[in-house]
Design a protein around this ligand. Structure first.
Ligand SMILES: [Fe+2]
Length: 347
């Protein structure tokens, strides 16, 4: 009996260990490492997979380097496989972010910069109050999984955005490519969220909403487009940049130009309430993927988007482990995704 029990627990353990979120170190991708307006002539540092990346501007040119420009360092400390010989990373500016290419500099291409249809490419329509920065004590894939998890908002963020539990209907669709996952949720007849009632002037008791989340797997860039009726759109970008093995940083940008005041100013601030709530459930998960004695990792058919996410990430990781960093023919990160987000149609 003991042997059978031991055997069962070992095979269950193997299944759990098939998902090692902190192991992913996907390359050849653009990371939006900083808000563009936070980078000036004074260097700032951002971490990508625990490697420093200094950002600054000189004579109007954006620079990203392994080294601090005003501190002496040896040339061997400067150069890595992801920088050119002088220690510089490929960098670009777009949609209000500074992007750094993490991977082989020979493979860099601006065509691979993800398109964000509700932000201006030159970043001009983003006031400071629509930007936030939140840090998480969990690796980026755990953060993305949490965002994909549909049940968590009701019990974690109930007083801010909740109420879905009482809706008339609630359906979810998932689609994917080898580099992206899109989850669309349709909710009809849910009580108007408190934040929209108090600050958005929505007087109705019930509202419908469609919320689309488009995830770029390689970079953990999550593009979110919730549309409420009655109400308005709350488009936002949440890029989970892997700053360390068990840390991620999110420079979030909202476009709330169509939302009324004071919602427009208050909603971005909610990130500082919602973020720590998310962190409180993510932080304790990290040891579960490291410790042998950790409980099993279970999921149900209601976690379909999350299960698909794991499968796609494992595939991408296996491909990169075999030395293939190319983008397959079914993806074009720079293509217009307005129709994928449902921006061109009513609920
Ligand atoms: Fe959350």
């Amino acid at each position: 009996m003991t042997n059978i029990k031991h055997h069962l627990s070992t095979s269950a353990r193997k299944t759990a260990r098939d998902w090692l979120p902190s192991a992913f170190d996907l390359r050849d991708t653009w990371f939006p490492v900083a808000h563009a307006n936070h980078v000036s002539s004074r260097p700032v540092v951002r971490m990508i997979h625990a490697q420093p990346c200094y950002l600054w501007r000189a004579n109007g040119k954006l620079l990203a380097a392994r080294f601090h420009p005003f501190v002496k360092s040896s040339s061997s400390a400067r150069h890595t496989q992801f920088t050119n010989e002088c220690g510089f990373y490929p960098a670009a500016e777009g949609y209000g972010y500074v992007w750094v290419w993490y991977g082989n500099p020979d493979n860099v291409s601006l065509d691979l910069l993800p398109q964000i249809p509700f932000l201006h490419r030159d970043g001009t329509n983003i006031p400071g109050y629509m930007r936030t920065t939140v840090r998480f004590d969990a690796c980026s894939p755990l953060s993305v999984e949490n965002l994909l998890d549909l049940t968590h908002a009701d019990f974690l963020h109930g007083e801010v955005v909740g109420g879905e539990g009482e809706a008339q209907s609630d359906t979810v669709e998932t689609s994917y490519t080898s580099e992206t996952l899109t989850r669309t949720r349709y909710v009809f007849g849910k009580p108007v969220s408190p934040v929209m009632r108090w600050f958005g002037g929505v007087r109705a008791r019930y509202q419908d909403f469609r919320s689309t989340l488009h995830v770029h797997l390689r970079s953990n860039l999550c593009i979110s487009y919730p549309r409420f009726s009655p109400g308005f759109d709350v488009p936002n970008v949440q890029p989970f940049v892997p700053s360390g093995k068990y840390r991620s940083r999110v420079n979030q940008i909202f476009n709330l130009h169509d939302a009324p005041m004071p919602f427009r100013r208050i909603m971005p601030r909610m990130a500082y309430i919602v973020g720590p709530q998310d962190n409180s459930v993510m932080r304790p998960q990290t040891p579960a993927y490291i410790l042998e004695s950790a409980p099993e990792d279970l999921h149900s058919r209601f976690d379909a988007p999350g299960a698909r996410y794991r499968q796609l990430m494992n595939k991408l990781w296996e491909r990169q482990q075999s030395g293939d960093y190319s983008y397959a023919g079914d993806v074009d990160p720079g293509a217009d995704i307005a129709h994928i987000l449902g921006m061109d149609r009513a609920l």
